[in-house]
Design a protein around this ligand. Structure first.
Ligand code: GLU
Length: 417
């Protein structure tokens, strides 16, 4: 896309303004919500495998904690900036409120390219970063998790570093951990399970049949690949998928499990059998029923919103759609299931993992999925009802619910001193 990418924090502030107006929000509370409560920038220096020292800029932003301890993932990506982390921290705050779990919102990140780093370099980076944000995090204070570019192993290193400093094992310090050290059954597929559930609910609300719907998925990482696999299991036809290197398209359907194996071997979805190569931009504009952006922010903007042909967009990624694009999509009658609802399965799963760790319990996958589906459905219904009642789109409804709950908590706690 040739146009300049919008600043992600400005996008989030615009969304906040829309919610504030609809809620008739107290101007003082609105003022409070326009900035994170705390933001830390660290310079993380490590020795690379070639013996050279390199410094990477890292962040931890704590947006608001009126509803409970800060919670949010850690992103490793070359484009990470303070404004991006602030935006994602704000979204976490609204998201935890939408699914009604007792957390505030935070986010962390390091500007680095994990794809070009060795395992040992990643371990050094993670451990030093953790030691530098140590005073900010804690199981009752701020609980990191995985996000784009991070994985269960990285969560294990965060957990171990924190535990080494404390002098005892603290599994409840991070979520998205491997099973063997207190991770949860069902955690890996939880975000995509939420994506599928919300999409299915929406399809039934508009009186359509879910089976045989055509789907395009942008992004084939943890969430995108798993969403494609689960959607296929539900009977949908996956016609296109992509990753950062490009996309593949076959109107007769693609087997998402085979694509995943191909990606694991070759490093990308491109070149997969019997498919036409397409760009990420072309994927977004395909004729399909359901579009799942599962990559990064600012993918659907005023430059391409008009060319989108999907009937439903389910935002597995955070902030893939700009407010200008939202307006265009809404005029075209395209339904957007917003990030802070659609991908909340991830943080819900984190909450369940944290509860198991705090209580030294281990739930079965069955129990986990039952609880996840219950909370996701409840949140979907809350957002849907808010949207019907106020005659607003699903994003505005989710923001009204999320921001409204955070605002009420701030008002109830009062402002000290
Ligand atoms: N990174 C995920 C998100 O953006 C999960 C965060 C968490 O579990 O704390 O929602």
């Amino acid at each position: 896309m040739s146009e300049e990418k919008p600043n992600p924090f400005k996008v989030v502030l615009k969304q906040l303004d829309i919610a504030a107006e609809k809620l008739n929000l107290d101007p003082g509370i609105h003022e409070i919500l326009k900035q994170p409560k705390r933001a830390l920038i660290v310079s993380v220096s490590i020795r690379m495998d070639n013996g050279n020292i390199r410094s990477f800029t890292g962040y931890r932003v704590q947006y608001h904690d009126a509803r409970g301890p800060y919670k949010g993932g850690t992103r490793y990506h070359p484009d990470v900036t303070l404004d991006e982390v602030k935006a994602l921290a704000a979204l976490m705050t609204w998201k935890c409120a939408v699914v009604d779990i007792p957390y505030g919102g935070a986010k962390g990140g390091i500007a680095c390219n994990p794809k070009e780093m060795s395992l040992v370099e990643l371990e050094r980076l993670t451990r030093r970063y953790t030691s530098m944000i140590l005073d900010l995090i804690g199981p009752y204070r701020d609980i990191p998790a995985s996000d784009v570019g991070t994985n269960p192993q990285i969560m294990a290193w965060i957990t171990d570093t924190y535990s080494q400093f404390r002098g005892y094992s603290v599994p409840e310090i991070a979520t998205g951990k491997p099973l063997i050290i207190g991770g949860s059954e069902g955690r890996a597929d939880a975000p995509s399970r939420g994506v599928v559930l919300c999409t299915k609910e929406m399809v039934s609300k508009i009186g359509k049949r879910f089976k045989d719907m055509t789907v395009a998925v942008q992004g084939y990482g943890n969430v995108g690949a798993s969403a494609a696999i689960l959607l296929k299991k539900e009977g949908c036809k996956i016609i296109a998928v992509s990753d950062s290197r490009g996309g593949i398209y076959n109107p007769n359907g693609i087997d998402p499990i085979k694509v995943l194996k191909h990606k694991e071997k070759s490093g990308s979805v491109i070149g997969f059998e019997e498919c036409k190569g397409i760009t990420n931009e072309e994927l977004l504009e395909l004729e399909c029923d359901i579009l799942v952006p599962a990559a990064l922010e600012n993918q659907i903007t005023k430059a391409n919103a008009d060319k989108i042909k999907a009937k439903i967009i389910t935002e597995a990624a955070n902030a893939p759609t700009t407010p200008e694009a939202d307006e265009i999509l809404s005029k075209k009658g395209i339904i957007v299931i917003p990030d802070i609802l659609a991908n909340a399965g991830g943080v819900l799963a984190s909450y369940f993992e944290w509860l198991q760790n705090l209580h030294r319990e281990h739930w079965s996958e069955e129990e986990f999925i039952k609880k996840l589906e219950y909370k996701m459905l409840e949140a979907f219904d809350d957002v849907y009802e808010t949207s019907e009642k106020n005659e607003v789109d699903m994003r505005t409804a989710a923001l009204m619910l999320g921001v409204g709950r955070v605002a009420e908590a701030i008002e109830t706690l009062g402002l000290w001193p």
